[in-house]
Design a protein around this ligand. Sequence first.
Ligand code: SF4
Length: 438
Amino acid sequence: MSEAITNNPGEIVVCDACPVLCRIRPGKTGACDRYANVAGVLTRTDPMVLAEASDVVVPFLGEEWDGNPVPDAPTFLTGIGSGTTYPDYKPAPFIVASRHRGVDVITVVTEAIFSYCGVKVKIDTDRYVGPEQAAVRAAGEQVGHVTTAEYGSQMLALGGVRHLTGGSKKEGTVTCDTLLALCNKQAVDLTVDGGAALTVQAGAAPIVDGMREERMRVGCGSATIGMFAQQWHGHVDEVIVVDDHITGVLSEHQAGRFLGLQPAGIRVRGHKSTPGRYFRVAEPGTGWGGTDITDPLTIIERIDAKMAKPGMRLLMVSTTGADAEYFILDDQLKPMKAAMPEPVRHVVDRIGENCEPALASVLFMAGAGGSLRAGVTENPVRLTRSVKDALVRVTSGGAPVYVWPGGGITFMVDVMAMPASAHSLAAPLAARLDLRSR
Ligand code: SF4
């Protein structure tokens, strides 16, 4: 615990760390639980967190090892537990000089209170979570929305100033609770209007409508054809990789043509983009390849008797290999389900082997271009410029951040790289600024 303001034991102390100005009784904490009245002393309730760099190479030969796994590793302060005022009308609570590899370093740490903050959640799944722009809710309150999907992942944008402070008190409270849980690596239950029920937790497999996602797809349907065409060649006459984005058809695809295949005459539904690549073969859903289908034959529009032949071997597979069925065309060119030959099964299994484990990832995003800078400089814009000029390195709870180009100090950080409980109710971020002098 760190001491801030002294007072007489038994008296109420007034916390001046933020404009709420809590009057805290002896033995009690303020509204945010970060400050307490301990025997008349205003006290920060969380410990100050120190970290040690672990990127130091340990000498193995040539000298005696003293047993220290990270000899001479610099110990550095993180902002976690350091305290702050909001706005920063007082100097940052810790401004520490040190020397690292011959370079003078000044480390400034402060906790930071962000109204303009949120998280981006990446959910590795092809399953449909809901329409783009749909409201995402926690406990019935809107806390964000579905944003543009990425390759193999659905994306949510949660938090932000509109939900934190622009709506009802309950909306703000629930949004803050949701961000806090996600940033501290806890699981949260969410629902999407017109979409799925989700359970997401940083670093854990996402759960979509009660189904735990196991695999992130190996690629889109077209990419899957490209990757495995050679390995299917000779074992099947046609492969259709079912995908909500781009369904691939081997014999029409450039990868099949490269192998000398002729179109097999099995025409799938949807819009043909380029040869062997089809959009919208079905509606989005939680079935095969992120579509709503459970029977793959429903995406076959027709089979052309001029090209298809009885006995043709057809594999239909999803982009994760989790769903796969093998057919042989009968005398009427009707696909009949058959036992999958071992060489075909081997390639289907290889699709699964090449899928990475599906995870939910949470990136905290905030803008630190406001009063936070005043805790360390009289001319705040020069700190921003120093960050842009790479003279000042910004970390968050000791973790590396990505600082966006453009105005302000708007950054993103992977919450999995941050220490446990790095975020607290009134201080969603503990920031660390390293100022390197030359
Ligand atoms: S920092 Fe916390 S305890 Fe202090 S005044 Fe603000 S809400 Fe109250």
